[in-house]
Design a protein around this ligand. Sequence first.
Ligand SMILES: [Fe+2]
Length: 232
Amino acid sequence: MRIEQFRYAADNLAYLVFSGTCAIAIDPGAADAMLAFARSQNLTITGVTNTHLHPDHTSGNARILEKTNADYLDCRNLADNEPIALENEVLTVITTPGHTHDDVCFFADDFLVTGDTLFNGTVGNCFSRDLDAFYHSLKKLMALPGPTRIFAGHDYVKESVEIAQAIDPDTPGVTQYLETYDPDRVTSCLADELRINPFLRFNDPAMIRRLEQRNFPCDTEMDRFKSLMQAF
Ligand SMILES: [Fe+2]
């Protein structure tokens, strides 16, 4: 399975995921660039879907659907572990409520499209107000293989790293993380996120010490996750 990233608006990121001659457009805000890429690679866009229904992610749906024979896959109707077939390969839906009630991620063998659930360096706002759900969603993603490449819905890398360093000036590996930042292909691997993303570090002894020093609730993993989300 392959993935091409398209930047649009200030910091939004859209994706074409493809196998053989078959492609799915995810959050296709860069519709014309995506259509041009598909043409140049002889790809047929067979599906249009979204990580969630915020308008900055759905703005290109109509244009792709108008210009192709693609089916629209409403993310609210996708089930956890549901396979989306692309020629001989499969993209797997992971339901990840938290940012909104209807967020999903899409997992292939070695990459994950995360929308506004998990960014490179931070996590999304919990607009659903359901931090328990958000925690369980992130735990599902954190259990995927460490080399999994993370392709998020926005490029917030620079500001996220600044926040990570403000929370923990000793964040391990953050300099190397920034050195690999490429605005033309924004990605990181899950193992890096587990190291530097403060909102995933709720079991890291250094982070637990920092929370304890500030008298935040930290008895359980969930307490620590909520402390991080509410404090920062
Ligand atoms: Fe969003």
